[in-house]
Write a protein that binds this ligand. Structure first.
Ligand code: GTP
Ligand code: MG
Length: 137
């Protein structure tokens, strides 16, 4: 597939960066397949990040991701998963390349502005978590 999944996280939403982030995504050559503003309950955030449940930061991550509204979106581009991770930069903004979304808009390794799927398989699972089949055109 040529799709990936992203979220604009609560820190970037609260800091007023949603518009600038969407602008970088579109200018980066991604087509928006599906998009919504929503809020993750703690239970839903825990389910989304279930793969990280043994990691020491899991509790913090779930609390943060349920702390405010987010924007969830499915994006399309050739080589979408890898190209999107290049566009967002390293998990820790201090280590992210100049010009990347996290370098520009993230606060810390935990509050890092955006999510990007790490594989095509996970992109599909994560997109389906938020959007019905009919919404994915
Ligand atoms: P995502 O695109 O959000 O999945 O980020 P990633 O793939 O770059 O990182 P990873 O999947 O390893 O971790 C998922 C998320 O957990 C990160 O984006 C951070 O929000 C959070 N996280 C990762 N490492 C740490 C950490 O050391 N401390 C805290 N508080 N949060 C972390
Ligand atoms: Mg990840």
């Amino acid at each position: 597939s040529n799709r990936t999944f992203t979220m604009i996280k609560p820190d970037a939403m609260k800091n007023g960066h949603a518009g600038a982030i969407l602008d970088k995504i579109i200018k980066g050559g991604f087509r928006i397949v599906a998009l919504k503003q929503t809020h993750l309950s703690e239970v839903k955030a825990g389910q989304f990040y279930e793969v990280h449940k043994e990691r020491p930061f899991y509790g913090e991550l779930v609390e943060f991701m349920s702390s405010g509204v987010i924007i969830a979106a499915i994006l399309e581009k050739e080589n979408a998963v890898a190209d999107f991770r290049t566009l967002i930069g390293a998990t820790d903004p201090a280590k992210a390349d100049e010009g990347t979304i996290r370098k520009l808009f993230a606060t810390s390794v935990g509050e890092n502005a955006v999510h990007g799927s790490d594989s095509e398989e996970n992109a599909k699972i994560e997109g389906d978590f938020f959007f019905s089949g009919l919404e994915q055109f």
